[in-house]
Write a protein that binds this ligand. Structure first.
Ligand SMILES: C[S@@+](CC[C@H](N)C(=O)[O-])C[C@H]1O[C@@H](n2cnc3c(N)ncnc32)[C@H](O)[C@@H]1O
Length: 279
């Protein structure tokens, strides 16, 4: 279908949760020196202009990263530091937050010499922009379906694996397909760390994804959900992340990060964090 463009949503509360989790996982994985193969199955275009027409049409970042940015001096968890450093790097000078980095940029920021990054993006203009951004770095951009593409690349050459699965869920069957791909990927690389983002919808479709993940046999699946305190009547009312094989201690550190934004009402969210499937 490919009608979704992330530029309308970049920097919203879901991106804060998703990229906050990604930055923390990468920080924690870097405690060991061995190389990491990173895959971003639905990469988007990498760089988003928060002052651009698309971002201003929805103004979603105003209730997401802009509020976090304004409250940056109140955040208690030190794990927001790398996140804020990435944002500051793109928004030096004026103090205003006008550029928001998408998932490829978060991956690239943490990349070390022995690591590798593969980005999948199917949308023609998004993948063209992505390739333009990535041409400055040793990163592979593949204009392929991210789910089947990922399976072809596993197991990776590097000893460790980090994968973000972040589709736009434009087709209802995506929920089941994501779960089935996760199950197959895990069979090929059981020690890999997999992050799966999903929307929490009034329709409840996300329950299919979680149920299907339970059926795959994948173990050690942490589930973080944030819910809008003032949700719309229809559509997306929250944001969910599954983290398969989270680094030890990730759960409490990520809960503290989300408490900073949810507990203190920076983003007017409530959070739940629990094991969907234990070890
Ligand atoms: C939610 S956005 C990605 C946002 C990005 N991961 C981030 O966090 O900045 C989903 C992206 O997946 C792309 N897409 C849709 N179907 C795809 C497929 N089958 N394979 C790869 N990319 C796809 C869309 O064009 C869109 O850019």
């Amino acid at each position: 279908m490919l009608s979704y463009l992330h530029a309308f949503h970049a920097g919203n509360f879901a991106d804060v949760q998703k990229h906050g989790a990604l930055a923390l996982v990468q920080t924690m994985m870097q405690a060991k020196a061995s190389g990491i193969a990173c895959f971003d199955t639905h990469a988007g275009s990498a760089i988003y202009d928060l002052r651009g027409e698309r971002a201003r049409k929805t103004a979603e970042a105003d209730d997401g990263v802009q509020k976090l940015w304004s409250a940056k001096d109140q955040l208690r968890s030190g794990d927001w530091k790398p996140f804020m450093e990435v944002l500051s790097g793109f928004n030096a000078g004026s103090g205003e937050l006008s550029v928001y980095p998408g998932s490829p940029v978060w991956f690239q920021h943490f990349l070390r010499a022995g690591d590798a990054l593969t980005l999948f993006e199917l949308h023609p203009s998004e993948s063209e922009q992505l390739a333009g951004w990535a041409s400055r770095a040793p990163i592979r951009v593949l204009r392929q379906d991210g789910l089947s593409g990922l399976l072809k690349q596993l197991p990776p050459k590097q000893p460790r694996l980090l994968t973000l699965i972040d589709p736009s869920y434009e087709i209802k069957s995506d929920y089941i397909e994501v779960a089935e791909t996760l199950g197959k990927a895990w069979q090929k690389c059981r020690h890999g760390v997999y992050l799966v983002w999903y929307p929490i919808l009034t329709s409840g479709l996300q329950a299919q994804l979680k149920e299907a993940v339970r059926r795959t046999g994948v173990r050690k699946v942490l589930c973080s959900e944030v819910h809008l305190r003032n949700p719309p009547e229809r559509g997306m009312v929250g944001s969910g992340m599954l983290v398969v094989n989270p680094p030890w201690g990730f759960d409490s550190r990520f809960a503290a990060m989300m408490d900073d934004v949810a507990g203190s009402d920076v983003l007017s969210l409530s959070q739940d964090l629990d094991w969907l499937v234990p070890e």
